[in-house]
Design a binder for this molecule. Structure first.
Ligand code: DAH
Length: 353
């Protein structure tokens, strides 16, 4: 067989072996056998010295052509086999490494919690501390100790959820259970006064419950912040100054406050506080129903009866209390027209805050 024929045969055999290769590893074995240091084609290149000088150019050219053909066949087969092996690996593995990652949803604090903390911070800055009380209360702390004894008409101001007595007694309606879901955070005042003598300066945030149907301005469960200050010589002037300071810190220094006489059983005198409307600045608009004012809290001087019932001498001490709806403050601060929007869990809405 002539040298040219040998080379042609080598090329054919190598191309056949390349085509028969089932894996990148098999293909690599073919490459080493032909083009490696000890490879067959490399052998021909090495032995060029023994070829007759007049044949050298011709043979050299042929060897080179065969090398190029084999190298190209190797490269293209390698590409195909690599793609095949990748897809086999992906099929075999339960983790799809080609799937794009899923971005983590980063949560934020809920607006209600944020406003609650903001209010607490304002009062912490005035030397108050944060107190807490139970959400499942007894009738005594929610009403009686707050100067609203059994059958007092003021109990009708707040429709109450009564809790079934676990001892097996009939449940549900007033008169048959002394246990209830607190309708106001005011009961925390009583717990605090029972546990310590003045001076007392506390705020108490927490959930409260009422038998109301949810509408733009009512929720059956909402959040309040109670405030209580008891000390020697506290007056209505202290109450006004404190709450005016609070409103300006919360809503901005340009907002005005006004105090309207009101009734609460546990304070005397009592008042409701309005803050000037942030949208129309007192001109009157739809948000403030044309009045220029938005009601934000109830307050008053603690009734001497309440102090006495909790073991504090009203001859020696006086004080004031207030209760503010946190959802309401949130809505007024951000001009949200409907309390229910706070609880819908719609991320498009909540993310704005
Ligand atoms: N507890 C009242 C309510 O839920 C709000 C309130 C009014 C709290 C006057 C007070 C207060 O401490 O002094 O409607």
């Amino acid at each position: 067989m002539s040298l040219t024929d040998e080379l042609a045969l080598l090329q054919t055999q190598t191309l056949g072996a390349i085509e028969a290769s089932q894996s990148v590893a098999e293909l690599e074995a073919v490459r080493i056998a032909v083009l490696g240091k000890q490879g067959t084609l490399t052998g021909y290149l090495r032995s060029m010295g023994q070829v007759a000088p007049e044949m050298r150019a011709e043979v050299g050219k042929t060897v080179n052509t065969v090398r190029v053909v084999i190298e190209e066949a190797l490269a293209s087969a390698k590409q195909t086999l690599e793609a095949k092996e990748l897809s086999e690996r992906m099929l075999a593995s339960s983790v799809d490494i080609s799937m794009p990652g899923r971005a983590q949803q980063i949560g934020t604090r809920h607006l209600i919690n944020r406003i609650s903390d903001e209010i607490s911070e304002i009062f912490l800055g005035l030397g108050y501390r944060v107190a807490q009380g139970p959400e499942v209360e007894t009738d005594y702390y929610n009403f009686t100790a707050l100067n609203a004894p059994e059958d007092h008409p003021s109990r009708g101001m707040q429709d109450t959820f009564y809790v079934k007595d676990l001892s097996g007694d009939k449940s549900g309606v007033r008169g048959e259970s002394d246990v209830l879901l607190r309708t106001q955070t005011s009961g925390v005042q009583v717990h605090v006064m029972e546990g310590q003598q003045p001076p007392i300066y506390i705020v108490a945030p927490g959930k409260v419950y009422r038998r109301d149907v949810a509408d733009p301005s009512h929720l059956p469960q909402f959040t309040q912040m109670e405030g209580l200050a008891i000390d020697k010589g506290l007056t209505f002037g202290d109450l006004k100054g404190t709450l005016d300071y609070f409103c300006k810190a919360m809503f901005g220094p340009d907002r005005k406050t006004r105090f309207r006489a009101h009734y609460f059983p546990f304070t005397e005198p009592s008042a409701e506080v309005d803050v000037s409307c942030g949208i129309c600045h007192g001109e009157g608009c739809r948000f403030c129903k044309g009045t220029g004012w938005l009601e934000i809290l109830g307050c008053g001087m603690v009734d001497p009866n309440v102090l006495r019932m909790s073991g504090i001498d009203p001859e020696e001490y006086s004080g004031f209390a207030f209760g503010v709806g946190i959802e309401r403050v949130a809505c007024l601060k951000y001009n949200v027209p409907d309390l229910r929007m706070l609880l819908d869990g719609d991320m498009r809405f909540l993310r704005q805050f």
